[in-house]
Design a protein around this ligand. Structure first.
Ligand code: GCU
Length: 676
């Protein structure tokens, strides 16, 4: 059934067998590891599906063979036939149309077997996209080392901010029953280069660190290992008290340090290649080192020492802000972390959300990027759409992430993009990485909607290459997911490319943020002004009065703009140069403020809401035009979801406008339909 279970690995039958399609596959290795086995079985599955029969595995290289070889597998290739693979690093690969023993072959070569597996997925992606597989000369090397999903999954299988069913981690039945779905999860992730997964919610208690759960974790790790994926766990900072019965979790207390060392050693007994810890500390009520007057660095370093002998890392989140702190929430992480630059142990990465607030449909890049040259900063993106309409609204996030990654921090002069910070180029980081908050659940289609699969896909592709184009990624995904026909690919890619801006338009245009319903974050609630916590209150963010709207973050206000490098700070601080799409993030302006196009702010705001709806209508019409060309099951679901999105875009517009009018008393701009 076309229920989306196969994700982008559908391997639809090719109309024509491509020129240079292989006739057999050879693992030219004396040692066929589980990773190479995984590669071979993927080739077999994909070729059966695309070519009509599985490629035959052979021990000997004949004409048109697909040959797999790595430096690690005890290659049996004739002397000189393994190309140099120094340039691809431990995870990259080479795809080459070449000759071995005079016979034309396609060679997939790497240093490691994981590299071969990635090369195989690249090769199959080309074939599945209908691209040529002749005359290949490809070298690919991931630009970041750690490419992780972060599951926000609780042990009771509730997924925090999850909109696609329950957690796929079936803790109750593990380790005795290992759901075959974990293998498909591993295949999907390996196919886009993801090499790590943190299994538990950043807000979890410490239960997962107890032996009965470590046994279950080990069972998952065993399935993921052949696919090059390491398991990570969240470490609740107070675990020494909760599990160890210690009176304190002070990171400088020797008994606490000894507890973590013993716990960590125990974890490695279960999972010898355990990746390390992900920690949310002193953030939104979670325990942390500051409870004992210690710094984030002191807390992180204690855990880092425990994992270091095993080669593990600590990913310490910078998502910190506190209700008691009078400073503008978006400034607090920078204020706390920049002074700690240089104090973190070598195997600590600080994990920073893309923006300084919280995964909004649009916010400026986080000012920490570029500001911590001595500390490896990972970027954390949210694949699950907490603030962008959950799983029913179609919003392709590739464009959002591309916007952030290509933003220029100016930290080391012009051209210091966020991508160049994240991939280590700007500051020569020893570790680099990207984390994506997973949108995966038990729904048959994994992600809650077909189009949300594209966000998982795009995350992996951007983690491999943060400079990749969101549009290229969209096309690639569409070809594998829906169709290779150029008209269809163009149509669907066009829908995806405008989808996120539509959401910005109907939810939070012109730099507005955090106006979603309290707690659940679904639907509009800009009128909420009495939550008791300013930093969770929509009013705090829009500050609309009869006189105007927007958050003044210039030197006359919170001066958050000053956390950015000079040229950026200047650009955003001035009304003359701030881009329209960040206007109300940085400035408070009157309702009749004159925009660049001559309209007033009020007119422009209303026009954005209406444009958001109009864009959704276009998306609906474009999708409808594909009727008959997409299988009914997926076609109908997307159609229904778009209808929900359309109704809710209207809801956002009407509710927002009615609320602003209750404050500014202005009539609707001419030509605008009144809210019902
Ligand atoms: C958001 C989200 C929380 C999450 C938090 C985090 O605030 O709403 O559910 O725990 O981010 O990233 O830690």
């Amino acid at each position: 059934a076309e229920d989306g279970y196969e994700l982008w690995l559908r391997y639809e039958r090719l109309d024509q067998v491509p020129k240079a399609a292989p006739h057999s596959v050879v693992a030219a290795c004396s040692d066929v590891s589980p990773t190479l086995d995984a590669a071979l079985s993927e080739i077999s599955r994909a070729s059966a599906s695309m070519l009509g029969q599985p490629l035959k595995q052979s021990g000997k290289i004949s004409r048109n063979a697909l040959v797999l070889a790595s430096g690690a597998c005890g290659t049996s290739l004739p002397d000189g036939a393994l190309p140099t693979v120094d340039q691809v690093g431990p995870e990259g690969y080479v795809l080459q149309s070449t000759r071995i023993n005079g016979k034309p072959v396609t060679l997939i070569a790497a240093q490691s077997d994981a590299g071969v597996l990635y090369g195989v997925f690249d090769y199959l992606r080309r074939m599945s996209s209908g691209d040529a597989v002749a005359d290949l000369d490809v070298t690919s090397r991931p630009k970041t080392k750690l490419r992780l999903l972060n599951h926000w999954d609780n042990l009771d299988r509730h997924v925090e901010r999850g909109y696609s069913g329950q957690s796929i981690w079936d803790w109750h039945r593990l380790p005795g029953y290992v759901d075959p779905r974990y293998t498909d999860y591993a295949r999907a992730n390996a196919s886009i280069g993801i090499n790590g997964t943190s299994l538990t919610n950043v807000n979890s208690d410490a239960t997962v660190l107890t032996p009965p759960y470590l046994e279950k974790v080990a069972a998952i790790a065993n399935v993921l290992r052949p696919y090059g994926i390491k398991v990570y766990l969240t470490a609740r900072f107070s675990a020494p008290m909760e599990l160890g019965g210690l009176p304190t979790a002070d990171p400088l207390d020797p008994a606490v340090q000894a507890w973590w060392q013993a716990k960590t050693d125990e974890i490695y007994d279960y999972v010898p290649d355990f990746g390390g810890f992900l920690v949310k500390a002193n953030s939104e009520g979670q325990p942390g080192p500051q409870d004992y007057g210690r710094s984030h660095a002191e807390g992180a370093n204690m855990l880092a020492r425990a994992v270091a002998p095993h080669g593990g890392v600590v990913m310490w989140r910078a998502f910190v802000y506190s209700a008691e702190e009078p400073e503008d929430r978006v400034k607090q992480a920078y204020t706390e972390f920049v002074p700690l630059d240089g104090q973190f142990a070598d195997n600590v990465l600080v994990q920073v959300k893309n923006g300084p607030l919280d995964f909004q449909p649009r916010e400026p890049f986080h000012p920490l990027f570029g500001a911590m040259p001595e500390t490896p900063l990972m970027i954390e993106l949210q694949i699950t759409k907490e603030y962008l309409g959950f799983s029913t609204h179609l919003a392709y996030l590739g464009t959002l992430w591309e916007e952030v990654l290509s933003a220029d921090t100016h930290a080391e002069g012009e051209g210091t993009t966020v991508a160049s910070v994240v991939d280590g180029e700007a500051h020569d980081y020893a570790y680099t990485g990207m984390a994506g908050v997973s949108n995966i659940g038990t729904d048959r289609n994994w992600a809650g909607s077909i189009f949300d699969q594209a966000n998982w896909y795009a995350f992996g592709r951007l983690a491999w290459n943060p400079d990749a184009s969101a549009e290229d990624i969209a096309r690639e995904w569409v070809k594998q997911t829906f169709s290779r026909k150029p008209e269809i690919v163009n149509e669907i890619t066009a829908i995806m490319m405008k989808s996120r801006e539509a959401v910005v338009d109907y939810m939070t245009p012109l730099g507005l943020t955090h106006l979603m319903g309290t707690g659940h974050h679904y639907g509009p609630a800009p009128w909420v002004d009495d939550l008791g916590r300013a930093d969770w209150t929509p009013y705090y963010y829009h500050k609309a009065t009869r006189d105007g709207i927007g958050f003044d973050r210039t030197e006359n206000g919170s001066d958050a703009v000053d956390q950015y490098a000079g040229p950026i700070a200047q650009e955003w601080a001035s009304l003359d140069t701030v881009p329209d799409n960040l206007l109300l993030w940085f400035h408070h302006v009157p309702w009749d403020y004159e925009m660049r196009d001559g309209s007033t702010l009020w007119q422009s705001l209303v026009a954005h809401y209406s444009r958001g709806i109009a864009t959704v209508e276009e998306m609906q019409a474009e999708w409808a035009s594909l009727k008959g060309q997409i299988d009914p099951e997926r076609f109908n679901q997307v159609t229904d979801y778009l209808k929900i999105q359309h109704e809710e875009a209207q809801w956002w517009r009407d509710a927002s406008i009615a609320y602003w009018q209750s404050i500014n008393d202005l009539p609707l701009p001419e030509g605008e339909a009144p809210p019902p």
